[in-house]
Structure formats: C-alpha cells, structure tokens
Write a protein that binds this ligand. Structure first.
Ligand code: SIN
Length: 289
C-alpha cells in the first residue's frame, strides 16, 4: 500500500485517505501509517461509518500499550477503562458530566504523570452543529524557532505540571475533583525541552498545566512560561480541526500539544471518546510544589 496523505496545515497534520481503521491491516500497512504519524504529528481518519469501542481500542493498540486511565478515574468509561470520555452528556442521575471541560487548556496528555502519553486517539461521536473544535500545536517548530539564547536558557529547566487545573472563564470546575486529582497525581516535573525518543528531534514541552519551573519561584517562571506558550501557539504553528461525526484523530503527545475549544452552544451535545497510548517514563515527583 502506498498511503495517500493530504496535508492539513502548513505546520502539522495529514489526512489519511481511504483507510478504514476497523479493517484488518498488515504490519507493513500499519508501518506506513506509523511513519506518517511520526512525520506529521497528527493524523486524521475521516470515518464513513461508526466503529465500535472494541475496534477503536484494537486500532489504538497498534500504536502501543494503552493507558487504563487510573490517573483520571472519574472520566473513564465504566465498562472500557481504556476509553476516556470527553463529554457534556449528563450522568445517568442527571448531574453534569465530570469531563465536560476536559482539555480546555493547552496540554499534552498525561504530562502530569511519570509516564506521559506517547499518543492519543480521539473519536468524534456527537458533534455540535458548529464549533467544538480542537486545536493542535507543533512543538518541534515551537522549539526550533526560538533564539539560541532562549534555547540555552531553557535547556535544563523542568516545568512543574499540575493535574486538575481545569478552569473555564475563571470558574473552576469542581473543588472536590481538584483535590482528588492532587492526591492521586502529586506534582511532577518534566523537562521543558524533550528529545523525541523515535525521531531524535527536540520539542518544547510546556502548556497551561505548568505553573513554575523547578528551582524557581512562580513570579520568576510565569513570564517565561507565558512567552513560550504564546510563541508555541502562534497561528503559524497550529492546526484547528473542525470535527465531523466519526472522525478519528491520532496525535503524538511527544511533539504536539492541544486544546479543546469551548466555541459551541453548550446546550448541544459534544461526545468524544479517547484512548491514550502509554509513553516512556519521564520526569520526577516534586515534594511541596
Ligand atoms: C483531550 O484533551 O483529550 C480532548 C480534546 C477534545 O475534546 O477536543
């Protein structure tokens, strides 16, 4: 098979044409897909039909071992721990979904754990009439376009990543949840410059979960974090995806970050399901962060 790819934007992403992720695929066929994943940072599969959760999990397993989401127990599917729900569908008792604001900050999945994710596969199941877009940033480009002075300054820094930091319009989405998350996932420091284990390229590793650098105060760190995050998310470095039902996007968490936009009518439903591929161990726990 020679994979037919269509670039999604200047900075990152490609659509994989004419591949049904739920059909049997040889090692060689998957090898081409995996190479395209490494080359493009994100891949889009436009699904013509709805696939089952089992098929979503099976395809995801081709990328590596799957996370069972022990770090996010409230958001995982009750019957499929490999599936994380990102939904504003109320719970069976009518209370609001815990995951309705998931991803509303720039982040890379599971950066707040000691095993940050290799990649994630998100499936669009119910999409609002307009909006509910996801934006992706190319963190290789973000790093490579910094000045040598800035590269030197951040070379050995570690960013302290906090879980449970979701906020929407400055309204925090649940004190109880935040406290639970802190207990479950103590603050972890991750290198600000990560070398991608497969491509060998350097990428910036930051986002809105980073509150300060290890060994520096919050006021010292904040202006640099703000600068780097703004630099990484310049229009030239991003791709904004408008979802269609049955789309699947797989992204490489080691060289991209992403943001779920709240640009839709929240009375409409948005239901997405994600699998998360385990990465290699990285970072260390920070006491008294
Ligand atoms: C996520 O951050 O994993 C979810 C992104 C989205 O719902 O668009």
């Amino acid at each position: 098979m020679t994979l037919e790819l269509r670039k999604l934007s200047y900075s990152l992403g490609a659509e994989v044409c004419d591949v049904d992720v739920a059909s049997p695929m040889s090692e060689a066929q998957f090898g081409e897909i995996y190479q395209a994943f490494l080359d493009n940072g994100i891949l889009l599969f436009r699904g013509d039909r709805e696939i089952t959760r089992e098929q979503h999990i099976d395809f995801s397993r081709r990328f590596g071992e799957l996370d069972r989401h022990d770090a996010l127990p409230r958001d995982r599917h009750p019957d499929y721990p490999e599936i994380l729900l990102v939904t504003n569908e109320p719970k069976p008792d009518g209370s609001p979904s815990d995951s309705r604001y998931t991803g509303r900050q720039w982040h890379s999945d599971m950066s707040f754990t000691l095993v940050p994710s290799l990649g994630s596969l998100l499936r669009g199941i119910t999409i609002p009439e307009v909006g509910g877009d996801t934006v992706f940033a190319n963190m290789y480009l973000a790093y490579e376009t910094l000045s040598d002075g800035m590269k030197n300054m951040i070379r050995d820094l570690h960013g302290i990543q906090l879980s449970g930091t979701r906020k929407v319009n400055n309204v925090e989405s649940g004190t109880q949840r935040r406290e639970e998350q802190k207990k479950l996932n103590p603050p972890v420091a991750q290198p600000v410059v990560r070398v991608h284990p497969e491509t060998g390229r350097k990428a910036l590793y930051l986002g809105d979960k980073v509150k300060r650098f290890d060994g520096m105060t919050e006021s010292e760190s904040k202006p640099i974090i703000k600068y780097l995050n703004e630099h990484a998310t310049r229009f030239e470095f991003i791709y904004r995806h408008q979802w269609r039902k049955n789309d699947i996007i797989v992204w490489d968490n080691r060289c991209t970050m992403h943001l779920a936009l709240g640009d839709f009518d929240e009375t409409q439903r948005r239901h997405m399901e994600r699998t998360t591929v385990l990465g290699t161990p990285s970072g260390y726990v920070v006491e008294n962060a």
